[in-house]
Design a protein around this ligand. Structure first.
Ligand code: AMP
Ligand code: GLY
Length: 436
């Protein structure tokens, strides 16, 4: 079949590479894609939120499946756009309905959903400009640090963790009264701070059944030792060593099963990925208990770059079953090895960064996989930097130290002016393994 994948990052390159391997895929199109995805299929100049252009392209090119990478088109309602169009409604769109996408599009919606279905998460309350005084009062009942979350999508910047109550009050004022995050902070969720270790679990669901994909951990800060500004993600590791069978059983019983059941019970159309951001908190019995920090309605980036290479099953078969509601009739085969992904970024990132530098050494990387994030081909056919996060390398190995070493060695061979990467991806997990 002909397949269209929407998006242009490292996540989409990793998904494209798996789709291209499928025996069910005749032609793969990626919109808009990057220099890396053009090796898996044909890039198409099209914006991911231009639903009309996407719909036209789907009809004209006999596309039978659309896989949506980023959240914006999902929260913008691409699921409903397809469902409500007679020519598009039978196209297998992998992604939730607009209502399902609210799990990511509105923190308040997600918190209420969890409350209704008894899914463990931090206690919270939501405030608006009208109820700001109650918000100040609520803050004074909490212990620091204070967690303030803009309700809507704020390009990953809408969560503030603040130690000082006066600063927290001021930020609440800025978010609600001064629209610090625009419309996204018309409502603000204030929640209890959870102390623990973060990890992510990924689920593919047809709305009734689900498959649990491998767990992963990402590294958000620019600096080594988790310091400095937040980024889109500087690397990832899969699986997370402490997410053992007992922990994953709790995740499934307490979080995944009730989430999918909740969607079904509330008639929320959902055929796609659920990315569950978790905090593992030490419980009274000394074991780790999972709490939901957030839902996303897509795969993570750069988690996909370590999760997808571990999927041995045909992903198009899984997507087809997701569309048809027959995921329970499929098997998900996972590579037992560990994947480690190291992201190489442009000088200056995550602030103003350089673009257009020729990337050297890509051809020297033999075994690790290279996924492109912000790259493009220039007029002379060179691959040049075209984004903050530029390329990442992923290695699979029997152990985490081996996978990390292979990825770091490969990262060193890829060069351009000012390229930077973190050398300490996964080191916190290695310490945890040693201390266990
Ligand atoms: P989110 O966008 O909801 O994932 O939040 C961004 C980051 O803020 C998370 O990855 C966590 O590191 C942190 N965070 C969010 N909520 C909490 C919480 N309730 N307690 C502690 N840290 C949190
Ligand atoms: N790596 C975090 C995200 O994709 O949201």
């Amino acid at each position: 079949m002909n397949i269209l994948l929407l998006g242009s990052g490292g996540r989409e390159h990793a998904i494209a590479a798996k789709i291209a391997e499928s025996k069910l895929c005749s032609n793969l199109f990626i919109a808009p894609g990057n220099a890396g995805t053009s090796e898996c299929g044909k890039n198409v100049e099209m914006k991911v939120d231009d639903f009309e252009a996407i719909g036209r392209f789907v009809v004209e090119n006999d596309i039978e499946m659309v896989v949506v990478g980023p959240e914006a088109p999902l929260v913008g309602g691409i699921g409903d756009y397809f469902a409500n169009d007679s020519k598009l409604k039978n196209v297998a769109l992998i992604g939730p309905s607009a209502q399902g996408a609210q799990l990511e599009g509105s923190k308040d919606f997600a918190k209420h959903f969890m409350e209704r279905h008894n899914i463990p998460t931090a206690s919270y309350r939501t405030f608006t400009k009208k109820t700001i005084n109650q918000g100040f009062k609520y803050l004074s009942t909490l212990e620091p640090p204070y967690v303030l979350k803009a309700d809507g999508l704020a390009a990953g910047k809408g969560v503030l963790i603040i130690d000082n109550i006066d600063e927290a009050r001021n930020e609440l004022h800025l978010m609600l009264d001064e629209a610090k995050f625009g419309n996204a902070s018309q409502s603000v969720v204030i929640e209890q701070y959870l102390s623990g270790i973060e990890l992510s679990v990924f689920v593919l669901t047809d709305g009734k059944h689900y498959k649990i994909l491998p767990s992963a951990k990402d590294y958000k800060r620019i600096g080594e030792g988790d310091t400095g500004l937040n980024t889109g993600g500087m690397g990832s590791v899969s699986p997370v060593p402490f997410a053992d069978k007992a922990f994953m059983q709790k995740v499934e019983q307490r979080i995944i099963a009730p989430t999918v059941k909740g969607l079904q019970k509330e008639n929320i159309g959902y055929k796609g990925f659920i990315f569950v951001g978790l905090m593992a908190v030490k419980g009274e019995d000394g074991t780790m208990d999972p709490y939901v920090i957030e839902y996303n309605v897509r795969m993570g980036d750069p988690e996909t770059e370590s999760v997808f290479p571990r999927i041995k099953s045909d992903v198009v078969e899984l997507f087809e079953a997701t569309w048809k509601g027959t995921l329970n009739q499929t098997t998900l085969e996972i590579d037992e090895r560990t994947a480690a992904c190291v992201m190489l970024v442009a000088e200056g990132y995550p602030e103003k960064y350089r673009k257009g530098d020729v990337i050297g050494g890509l051809e020297m990387v033999k075994e690790p996989m290279v996924f492109h994030a912000g790259t493009k081909l220039n007029d002379s056919g060179d691959i040049v930097t075209n984004g903050g996060r530029v390329v990442c390398v992923t290695s699979l190995a029997e152990s985490l130290p081996e996978a990390l070493l292979k990825s770091l060695q490969a990262a060193e061979t890829i060069k351009w002016k000012g390229r930077y990467y973190r050398h300490d991806i996964g080191q916190d997990l290695l310490k945890l393994i040693i201390n266990c």
